[in-house]
Write a protein that binds this ligand. Structure first.
Ligand code: MEV
Length: 328
């Protein structure tokens, strides 16, 4: 039996545009998904105790993925099961053992579909634990690559390497197409607001693609996000929180224009700004879920707690570890 964990992340800049080859800078945060894998005779059994859902257990094998009877949106459960299933396929492939069966237990502090990297963290931790259980130790580069292939498959070819690379490596990273690297970064004062909801990443990415293909100005908006990221990298290197905040505000405006914000995300962004946060934006695919703000003081977290539509506000530290083994 092996337990591995991997961190969630926030996007300082660049989600959605990264899917079209623009750079993005996600940062890993100290909220983890833990996945325990134990080999069994055949088939795959998944227990998911806490995904900020009611908790569900699903038993299935590869031939006929069972349809779970749970009181949560089908699309989220299907996506969750799909990610674990594909992660297991990658582990089998890496270990050259096409029929290995597994008991998989997922225990995550990262809300599902909320834009702070639950699927990438679960996939990275699952591949790591399952390959180790089969006696294979992957390099971090290979692990990140296999995790990306899982997201690519589950999200119908609409995924970047950003989430999975960040969750594998930890810290701040920069991803532009195939080029993935870690960045030196100060520990930024992240405050996260969560509306209790979730977005459908595949549908949101498809919506941006449609806009981009229909309107030249939508394509320009995607390119402008890339410009923000390039400016943001310099601000990050200088630890210039005021400039990072201005750029985050601008990035949120462009994501809003691309149709991926929501009333509750906008309300939380404005609450953070009104509380004096240097900057705030939605993080991840959008449609619901989380915003990330920068604020050294306690003002933003307090304001978010009193914002209608905000279910939880918390401070998050940069996680420099990335994936790690928790136990055997
Ligand atoms: C989702 O967390 C981030 C997106 O940019 C999709 C991706 O990069 O795969 C929306």
């Amino acid at each position: 039996m092996v337990t591995s964990s991997a961190p969630g992340k926030v996007y300082l800049f660049g989600e959605h545009a990264v899917v079209y080859g623009e750079p993005a800078v996600p940062c890993a945060i100290e909220r983890r998904a833990r996945v325990t894998v134990e080999e069994r005779a055949e088939g795959v059994r998944v227990h998911a105790g806490d995904l900020t859902l009611d908790g569900f257990t699903v038993e299935y094998d590869d031939a006929a993925a069972g349809h779970p009877d749970v009181d949560v949106p089908d699309s989220l459960v299907e996506a969750g099961v799909g990610y674990v299933n594909e992660a297991i396929s990658q582990a089998r492939d890496a270990a050259d053992d096409g029929t290995a069966g597994f008991d998989v237990t997922v225990d995550s502090e990262i809300p599902l579909g909320a834009g702070i990297g639950s699927s990438a963290a679960v996939v990275v931790a699952a591949i790591d634990a399952a390959t180790r259980e089969l006696g294979v130790e992957l390099s971090r580069e290979e692990l990140a690559d296999r995790a990306y292939r899982v997201e690519y498959t589950v999200q119908d070819g609409q995924a970047s390497r950003a989430d999975t690379f960040c969750s594998t490596m930890g810290g701040a990273v920069r991803v532009e197409g195939e080029d993935c690297r870690t960045l030196p970064a100060p520990d930024l004062p992240f405050v996260i607001g969560y509306d209790g909801g979730a977005g459908d990443t595949g549908a949101l990415v498809a919506g941006v693609r449609d806009l981009k293909e229909t309107y030249g100005f939508a394509a320009d908006t995607v390119a402008a996000i890339g410009d923000i990221v390039r400016r943001g990298e310099a601000a990050l290197a200088d630890g210039d929180v005021a400039e990072l905040g201005r750029l985050m505000d601008f990035n949120h405006g462009l994501l809003e224009a691309l149709g991926v914000s929501s009333r509750s995300l906008d309300a939380m962004v404005w609450a953070a700004r009104d509380a004096g946060a240097p900057g705030a934006k939605l993080t991840g695919a959008g449609g619901g879920g989380c915003v990330v703000a920068l604020d050294e003081t306690t003002e933003t977290a307090t304001a978010l707690e009193y914002t209608p539509g905000c279910q939880q506000a918390f401070r998050a530290e940069l996680d420099t570890d990335g994936v790690r083994v928790e136990g055997r």
